[in-house]
Design a binder for this molecule. Structure first.
Ligand code: NAG
Ligand code: NAG
Ligand code: NAG
Ligand code: NAG
Ligand code: NAG
Ligand code: NAG
Ligand code: NAG
Ligand code: NAG
Ligand code: NAG
Length: 296
């Protein structure tokens, strides 16, 4: 591969970003980061074979584990590590579908990068040539917002800030298996009347690191999304999101949280909600194009 391929490679990534912001009705929302400093693998290498093993495994994961996976394949120096997380209200079938799609797409947009990260509508996938488990990291991160504005930013900000603090605490203390919280609040008056939000950490974060991650995310959200009607802050270890419409499954949130007490591990799946075909959840508010802000 000559260096002349690089501009082409870069522009294909930029192009995929542009396309994404224009096709937001597609529930297959997708944002990615290819790590250019972690090294490259070559075509048909052992590293690529290991990566393919992990990616193809996502569609057939038999354990649900509350939608969280810490996987690795192969042996050093070709060992591939992966962390994958579905939104806290997902059932197993939709989770597997999301992870499979997201990982496949990630490899396609980051060809030959040993490490890469992707966030899609319902899940997060990372892979790398190093262990990612339990490490609170700052990069990559991004923020994507809806260009529509609220009518009363001051009041909206107060309501939203309180809601996000509550949800962050709830997520951080939710136990070792699932660190997810969702909720809504009334903005009192104006447009919108309600705000809906979720906060989630990868469960390999302990309570302190989850709290820290969500604190960083709220700080970023202040800078990136003040006055906006919807926004998501995407980080390697946590995700924060708010919208003016109900974008998560309220019923699923009411399911009991996994107990904190020692559990046999791996944990059996809660009753999977098969037959749930509502793939459009969360797509409605995306009628308005999102703008992206890397590291703002
Ligand atoms: C990996 O490839 C990219 C683009 O082809 C290049 O910019 C980068 O320097 C390479 N990284 C390493 C560590 O070789
Ligand atoms: C990799 O394998 C594919 C399929 O076997 C082959 O078409 C391709 O030429 C190989 N590429 C390299 C760089 O060896
Ligand atoms: C996570 O995966 C790594 C390998 O990537 C492994 O060393 C580690 O023990 C795993 N941690 C847990 C808690 O499963
Ligand atoms: C919290 O994150 C830091 C930074 O990655 C890590 O060194 C530390 O071990 C984590 N704490 C726990 C208890 O996992
Ligand atoms: C890329 O990976 C390196 C470790 O190899 C890490 O230090 C760096 O933060 C990563 N960069 C991004 C943007 O993820
Ligand atoms: C929202 O507010 C921003 C900043 O004040 C402004 O630049 C933008 O044009 C507004 N968007 C709409 C759709 O009115
Ligand atoms: C939004 O509200 C929070 C919490 O009340 C406050 O700390 C922050 O300064 C407010 N942001 C703006 C831009 O007024
Ligand atoms: C929260 O959302 C539900 C369902 O959309 C709605 O019925 C309720 O009024 C909302 N509560 C607040 C405080 O906005
Ligand atoms: C929400 O979750 C409940 C309980 O798990 C499930 O019965 C329902 O089908 C889900 N609804 C949607 C729209 O996903």
């Amino acid at each position: 591969m000559g260096s002349s391929t690089f501009p082409l490679f870069l522009s294909s990534i930029l192009l995929s970003f542009a396309t994404l912001t224009l096709s937001q009705l597609d529930p297959s929302y997708f944002l990615s980061n290819c790590n250019e400093t972690s090294g490259n693998y070559t075509a048909n290498s052992t590293y690529e074979a290991n990566l393919n093993t992990i990616i193809s495994g996502f569609s057939t994961l038999t354990e649900f584990n509350y939608g969280f996976f810490n996987l690795s394949t192969g042996e050093s120096p070709d060992q591939v590590h992966s962390i994958a997380l579905c939104r806290g209200d997902m059932n197993q079938a939709d989770c597997n579908t999301c992870l499979s799609y997201t990982a496949t797409e990630l490899k396609r947009v980051c060809p030959f990068n040993k490490a890469a990260t992707a966030w899609s509508e319902l899940c997060l996938v990372r892979y790398a040539n190093r262990d990612l488990y339990g490490r609170l990291e700052n990069d990559p991160r991004t923020c994507a917002y809806n260009t529509m504005n609220v009518s009363n930013p001051n009041q909206f900000n107060r309501t939203l800030s309180d809601l996000l603090v509550d949800l962050s605490n709830e997520a951080a203390t939710a136990g070792p298996l699932r660190k997810y919280a969702a909720g809504n609040a009334s903005t009192g008056s104006g447009n919108p009347e309600s705000v809906y939000a979720t906060a989630q950490c990868t469960p390999d974060m302990d309570q302190q690191n989850c709290t820290t991650c969500l604190q960083y995310a709220r700080d970023e959200l202040q800078k990136c999304c003040y006055g906006r009607i919807g926004c998501r802050v995407l980080r390697p270890n946590c995700v924060l999101r708010f919208e003016s419409n109900l974008f998560y499954n309220q019923t699923a949130v009411l399911l009991p949280s996994p107990p904190l007490s020692p559990l046999p591990s791996p944990t059996p799946s809660p009753t999977p909600n098969r037959g749930n075909e509502n793939k459009a959840t969360g797509a409605v508010m995306l009628v308005i194009a999102l703008l992206l802000c890397w590291i703002c």
